[in-house]
Design a protein around this ligand. Structure first.
Ligand code: KG4
Ligand code: ZN
Length: 331
């Protein structure tokens, strides 16, 4: 079954052709990073307008790269939430139009299920159950994924998402947007010699706003004293305190629920320290850790095409022309 998938929830316009949830024939991503950089972050209205301008070319390129036409496609999938309302509207409207003119089924996909499915594209042998560590710009959670379409949230952030903190720390350090990859790069050149964290008693839940504030206060203190900022060391220390907490709680969840597979999902899965530290800690505990291929870590349509396949064969999320985007769609 070949699915044409569309993703436009934030600042990437993407279209992919994915077969049977596992084989990616094309995955075109048109990023708006250059457009939003001068504003220091994503401007929603600017994002929507650029999706409108890009989507036709992106879809045609995805079909051409896959060597197929719309006649070869069995269903159309689209991200309908969560995300920016204007951005989502562009993808959802386009997908509804395609479904209408081709008379092919329309599958509505939750963006976060897409991030989890990015691992099915990377590892042909991977099947649920597993413990998923979800680390994105809007979410941080530990999820017990029991089947392709069933899960239980066992831990959640009580305040900020981890990606949001990376972006904020980068902004205060003047590193710019998008912050995560910039902090990742600086951290590689620094030493984790500043302590920003203390043990918590939150169980499987997370709290990141305290860490973020500790980093910001540290920076402001040095600035007020007119001292140079050890940018690389601050990044390495912040990253360490976040990754330590994510690693420790994910391993604990695996042991407690007796599951020996970890799957990492969401944009922060691109973070090199997290990938290395979690993979090592898992191996020491007899657990296999799956991290998505770099091309599937941040927003892309291939992951939506994969999630859509498993929904379709289970009869879940089949939509019609009344489909509306849901900017605050939950897990
Ligand atoms: O999963 P995603 O696309 O966001 C949502 O769907 O909500 O991820 C975007 C987030 C941003 O906060 C970005 O800074 C972060 O992922 N990110 C990273 C890295 N690459 C992207 N964070 C840390 N290290 C990275 N290498
Ligand atoms: Zn995302």
């Amino acid at each position: 079954m070949k699915i044409l998938a569309i993703e436009s929830s934030c600042d990437e316009t993407s279209c992919a052709v994915v077969e049977n949830g596992r084989i990616c024939h094309s995955n075109i991503v048109s990023s708006q990073i250059d457009i939003h950089t001068r504003f220091g972050g994503v401007v929603p209205e600017v994002a929507s307008r650029n999706h409108v301008m890009a989507i036709d070319n992106v879809v045609n390129l995805a079909l051409n790269t896959a060597g197929v036409t719309l006649k070869d496609i069995d269903a159309i999938a689209v991200t309908y939430g969560a995300g920016l309302i204007g951005s989502l509207l562009v993808g959802v409207s386009y997908a509804k139009g395609l479904s209408y003119v081709t008379n092919k089924p329309l599958i509505a996909v939750n963006h976060i299920y897409g991030h989890i499915a990015s691992n099915y594209l990377t590892y042909a042998e991977l099947t649920p159950p597993f413990i998923c560590l979800l680390v994105s710009g809007g979410h941080t959670a530990i999820i017990k994924v029991t089947d392709y379409n069933h899960h239980e949230i066992i831990g959640n952030t009580l305040d900020d998402a981890v990606g949001e903190c990376f972006d904020k720390v980068a902004r205060v350090l003047g590193l710019g947007y998008p912050g995560g990859p910039k902090v990742d790069n600086c951290a590689k050149a620094g030493r984790a010699n500043i302590v920003f964290t203390k043990p918590d008693n939150l169980g499987y839940n997370f709290s990141f706003s305290g860490k973020k504030t500790a980093v910001i206060n540290y920076i402001h203190n040095l600035q007020q004293r007119g001292q140079n900022l050890p940018v690389n060391d601050i990044c390495a220390s912040f990253e360490k305190c976040v990754v330590d907490e994510l690693t420790e709680k994910t391993i604990k969840a695996c042991k407690n629920y007796k599951i020996n597979k970890i799957v990492v999902a969401g944009g922060v899965s691109a973070n090199r320290q997290l990938r290395a530290q979690l993979t090592n800690a898992a191996a020491q505990n007899g657990i296999t850790c799956y991290v998505p291929d770099m091309q599937y870590c941040t927003d892309n349509a291939a992951m939506i095409g994969s999630a859509a396949y498993y929904q379709y064969i289970a009869g879940i999320g089949i939509a019609d022309l009344t489909l509306a985007p849901n900017p605050s769609l939950s897990l």
